[in-house]
Design a protein around this ligand. Structure first.
Ligand code: IPD
Ligand code: CA
Ligand code: CA
Length: 255
């Protein structure tokens, strides 16, 4: 199955790469910060066509078209273009993210970082890889030396879940903070040991499904802000190398 998921992520990535920097239709979703392009939709249509042909009957949850066939034990959770704002503005940081659950457990995850041609892939219990290179989280346990990454929801101006306060708290404690604009890539960089930790206050299942399993299979820990196991249908995520997890939970605690 993993080989097929990799193949379709690559095909979707080719559609995105071909569209990058060209003219494409842009529409707004919930507000003027929340874009969708015709390339997001083309990528998604390609992946869905593939799933329906290769795995007929499997359920699908895809960002732009929602639920398809929702009763199968297999569920494909698809973000056809993670990092749409970057893509639409010409910043080459965006990905295709596909996570697969069987009976509500993640079994497979693929994130394709399109412009770096970096294919992050994992199967439960089999380790995580980037283009066949095995991934390991970092070993840093000192928050003052840590490099962390985060992102913000499209309604950040309403400050959901104390997004501002939590960001400021990390500005005061971490070594450095980055905001790349693709949650799936953020998590792959945690798996790769580039970043020590990632948090975000409000994500959707398609942003996190593949990345969660990739971080776990690289030896990292993924929980909610209280340190409890999280599933990808919850909003909050904390994904770390394990060593800075507790201190990040302390920092996320807003009293
Ligand atoms: C967004 C990106 C971003 C994150 C946002 C997501 P999209 O996904 O992952 O990094 O901060 O919360 O919505 O809209 O580009 O698929
Ligand atoms: Ca996304
Ligand atoms: Ca998207």
């Amino acid at each position: 199955m993993l080989d097929k998921v990799i193949a379709i992520a690559r095909e979707a990535g080719e559609i995105i790469r071909d569209g990058f920097g060209k003219n494409f239709l842009v529409e707004y979703k919930t507000n003027v910060s929340n874009l969708v392009t015709e390339i997001d939709k083309k990528s998604e249509a390609k992946i869905i066509e593939f799933v329906k042909k290769e795995f007929p009957g499997h359920s699908i949850l895809a960002e732009e078209s929602g639920r398809h066939d929702s009763s199968n034990e297999y569920l494909w959770i698809i973000d056809p273009l993670d990092g749409t704002t970057n893509f639409a503005h010409g910043l080459p940081i965006f990905s295709v993210s596909i996570g697969i659950q069987k009976n509500n457990e993640l079994i497979c995850g693929v994130v394709y970082d399109v412009m770096r041609d970096a294919m992050y892939a994992t199967e439960k219990g089999g380790g995580a890889f980037c283009n066949d290179r095995k991934l390991h989280v970092s070993i840093n346990d000192d928050i003052k030396k840590s490099v962390l990454v985060t992102g913000f929801p499209y309604n950040v101006h309403d400050n959901p879940d104390f997004a501002y306060e939590r960001f400021v708290a990390f500005l005061k404690t971490a070594g450095a903070i980055r905001r790349l604009g693709s949650a799936a890539i953020d998590m792959c960089y945690v798996a790769e040991g580039v970043f020590d930790g990632f948090w975000e206050v409000s994500l959707n299942a398609w942003d996190m499904a593949a990345g969660k399993l990739i971080v776990e299979e690289a030896g990292g820990i993924v929980t909610d802000f209280e340190g409890r196991p999280m599933d990808v249908f919850q909003k909050q995520i904390l994904a770390t190398n394990g060593k800075v997890h507790e201190i990040m939970i302390d920092t996320l605690r807003i009293s």
